[in-house]
Design a protein around this ligand. Structure first.
Ligand SMILES: Cc1ncc(COP(=O)(O)O)c(C=O)c1O
Length: 342
């Protein structure tokens, strides 16, 4: 069996999850008559401490519906230069919301309040209107690092001072909660809106959710329809998401332990550098400084040994998830050792 550490999006629904999906009670969700979608929206909104939830197809849709709902054309959105919304969402804020992004490089993905304040535009006819701050937790491109809650609270105070809104891309918020011990609601509290994904570490095949207050979600529901995201008997997929939140959150601890084990197991190898401080959840970023091989070559050689990872520039990303075999980390360490030694 291959050890597939490319992403936690490669998981497949378990037999029990598939059963829950097959047996789901369904209705037309555009008419709000799908009891399973309604239950998912209520359950997850409550977990996040928000009034209402909206089931969406993907994390990208959750983020983009949020950006649209918070802003007006020409507004400016402050976010980290490595944020998924800026880096990996195909230019959607410009295409869908006609907003201008103001990316700024944070320290290890963490854009502090001190960096944000000078970016906020004063009232001046020449400037766009700063409207929204988007943060991410955990930070994908910063190796699954947790955004410190005290810093988020500082940013919230700043946002209040300047009348700005805040959206949280919480694709892996579950990991942040499990690893930090802070509740989902505590971490989400400083934000007007938060999106979470069921199809990453939680193992559901499809779906994300956007949460916020009733009025925000009502407007978001309309824009989801504009995007073609009004689904009919969506309870079939919502059931997989419900199963995921009911069964697969606590077990993320296993993924975090495995990430730490992998990092510790390969950190001393020739040609590899790992910032151990960044290994806080289920992602391990490995910088390749090998004299004879680059990240792509190492990735190809690992694949020949049955270990799949992702090469991203001069780094390799390995992600832990619930479909890894029990000896996955051991086999990955052995494969890295062989490839780096030759
Ligand atoms: C931090 C973050 N946000 C958003 C997304 C987007 O999710 P999706 O692929 O479901 O659109 C991802 C996907 O990996 C992600 O890592």
């Amino acid at each position: 069996m291959t050890v597939d550490m490319r992403s936690d999006t490669f998981t497949k629904p378990s037999a029990a999850m598939r059963r829950a999906m097959a047996e789901a009670e369904v209705g037309d969700d555009v008419f709000r008559e799908d009891p399973t979608v309604n239950r998912l929206e209520e359950t997850v909104a409550r977990m996040l401490g928000k009034e209402a939830g909206l089931f969406v197809t993907s994390g990208t849709m959750g983020n983009q519906v949020a950006v649209y709902t918070h802003t007006r054309p020409g507004d400016e959105v402050i976010l980290d230069a490595d944020a998924h919304i800026f880096y990996y969402e195909a230019g959607a804020p410009a295409m869908l919301s006609s907003v201008q992004l103001r990316p700024c490089a944070g320290l290890d993905g963490i854009l502090g309040a001190g960096q944000i304040e000078p970016l906020i535009r004063p009232e001046n006819i020449h400037f766009p209107i700063t409207r929204l701050i988007c943060l991410e937790n955990t930070l994908n491109r910063a190796g699954g690092r947790i955004f410190p809650l005290e810093e988020i609270q500082r940013i919230r105070r700043l946002a209040d001072d300047y009348g700005l809104r805040m959206h949280l891309d919480g694709a892996r918020l579950w990991n942040a909660a499990v690893a930090s011990g802070d509740s989902l609601a505590e971490i989400a509290a400083p934000f007007e809106s938060v999106s979470v994904c069921f199809s990453k570490g939680l193992g559901a095949p499809v779906g994300s959710l956007l949460a916020g207050d009733e009025e925000f979600i009502q407007r978001a529901r309309r824009f989801r329809k504009v995007c073609g995201g009004g689904m009919r008997q969506a309870g079939i997929i919502a059931a997989g998401a419900l199963y995921a939140v009911e069964h697969n959150i606590e077990r993320l601890r296993v993924d975090h332990e495995r990430a730490a084990l992998l990092a510790a197991g390969i950190a001393g190898l020739d040609g590899i550098e790992i910032d151990m401080d960044s290994v806080q959840t289920n992602i391990v970023f490995i910088r390749i400084v090998h004299p004879g091989k680059n990240a792509q070559q190492i990735t190809a050689e690992l694949a020949e040994l049955g270990v799949l990872v992702l090469a991203l520039g001069d780094r390799i990303r390995a992600v832990m998830h619930l479909d890894l075999p029990d000896d996955g980390v051991e086999r990955a360490v052995a494969a890295f050792s062989r490839v780096c030694a030759s």
